[in-house]
Design a protein around this ligand. Structure first.
Ligand SMILES: Cc1cc2nc3c(=O)[nH]c(=O)nc-3n(C[C@H](O)[C@H](O)[C@H](O)COP(=O)(O)OP(=O)(O)OC[C@H]3O[C@@H](n4cnc5c(N)ncnc54)[C@H](O)[C@@H]3O)c2cc1C
Length: 343
């Protein structure tokens, strides 16, 4: 039996650095350990939470059930030819480490996703994305254990229903399956994507006109380090809100009032607007309520200046949601998974 701990402090297991307690806690390294942990939970009718790197979670309260820390490791080559390689990766592998290992071997496709914290198993859940690339672009399939039916299932790209920071695992299957491995197809002759303006500027500054795979990965790392707070120094979960999608009509109306507003068309009728800009315009950038705050360089990031509680961060998030609604008639939706709210 895997060793289950009681009243476990999760401070070091969530990047917001919140002091939440898990009633029960266990670290698993294999499918059989996962099954044992789920049985423990089932026998006691406990709520179960799968935890990866804790970089996309807000514990508003202590967690009354069993937290299962996924550390299922291992990387296998499924197939390989001159042009590409398909890898099956354990869900508990560290995402950034995987990116760096692939870059070092010359496998391209995920270099723009360098330095995103967390585990491989959580990457499909919100279809992680950055600098013009999303997980879906390299995704082949994943294996997940169905908690109720007690069996391993394979999900293809279509079945995963990926969207902008979204997938079936964040919606219908939330809490119902545990992702145990993810299969990705990477290119040995990658077409590098460094069209994103801040990436291009960084490469220009370094005098690199024809970047290699590693140059792009390093530029992404440097740009991110200059813009985003390091969770080891100041607690945060990256972007707290999704960029809202509004109608073209509403966008045109807003644009006439705020000429500097930018938008990214996602269909003929809809435009995605930057949530960070909206929050900044509403005067929240750098604001602080006790130890809960809005980052001074990037208004989309909420931070824990030291001893904020999950409730305080959540209260601040709601004040921001309300203020953006009043000012722009747009309702922000958290990108982060909020745990502990009354149903
Ligand atoms: C500084 C910083 C920068 C960030 N930048 C980006 C970015 O550029 N782009 C981006 O998309 N995201 C970004 N994020 C968010 C975050 O890193 C990603 O969402 C990441 O994939 C979360 O991984 P995790 O292992 O930490 O997940 P966790 O926070 O541990 O879990 C997130 C959710 O997934 C569930 N879960 C985790 N693992 C599994 C599993 N194996 N099976 C089933 N459910 C599971 C959890 O229960 C929870 O609901 C950033 C976060 C930080 C702190």
């Amino acid at each position: 039996m895997t060793s289950i701990q009681e009243n476990f402090d999760l401070s070091n297991y969530n990047t917001m650095g919140l002091k939440a307690l898990a009633h029960f806690f266990v670290e698993i390294h294999s499918l059989s350990e996962l099954k044992e942990a789920l049985e423990f939970s089932d026998e006691r009718s406990l709520e179960t939470l799968i935890l990866g790197g804790g970089s996309n979670i807000l514990f508003v309260k202590d967690f009354k059930g069993l937290v299962i820390l996924n550390r299922i490791k291992g990387i296998q080559t499924v197939s390989e030819d001159e042009d590409q390689i398909t890898l099956k990766i354990g869900a508990g592998e560290n995402w950034h480490q995987l990116v760096r290992d692939c870059v070092a071997k010359g496998y391209g496709g995920i270099e723009n996703l360098s330095l995103i914290p967390g585990t491989v198993g959580a990457a499909p859940i919100q279809n992680i994305g950055a600098y013009g690339v999303e997980l879906v672009d390299v995704f082949v399939s994943l294996e997940a254990y169905d908690i109720e039916q007690k069996e391993l299932k394979i999900f293809t790209k279509e079945e995963s229903a990926f969207g902008y920071r979204d997938s079936i695992f964040k919606k219908e299957l939330k809490g119902k399956v545990v992702i145990t491995s993810v299969t990705l197809r990477l290119s040995k002759n990658p077409e590098l994507n460094f069209s994103y303006s801040s990436l291009k500027e960084r490469l220009d500054e370094k005098g690199i006109q024809n970047p290699a795979l590693n140059d792009v990965s390093e530029a992404v790392i440097e740009v991110r380090q200059s813009k985003l707070p390091d969770p080891d120094k100041i607690g945060n979960t990256g972007s707290f809100f999704k960029n809202p999608v509004i109608s073209v009509y509403q966008f045109d109306e807003l644009k006439s009032a705020y000429s500097e507003l930018t938008g990214y068309p996602i269909s003929e009728r809809q435009v995605k607007v930057p949530a960070g800009w909206l929050i900044e315009q509403a005067g929240w950038k750098g604001k602080r309520k006790g130890d809960a705050g809005v980052h001074s360089k990037q208004a989309l990031v909420l931070v824990n200046h030291g001893s904020a509680t999950g409730e305080e961060i959540w209260k601040l998030a709601n004040e921001i949601i309300e203020s953006i609604h009043q000012k722009f008639d747009i309702r922000l939706i958290p990108e982060v998974n909020i745990l502990g709210l009354a149903h």
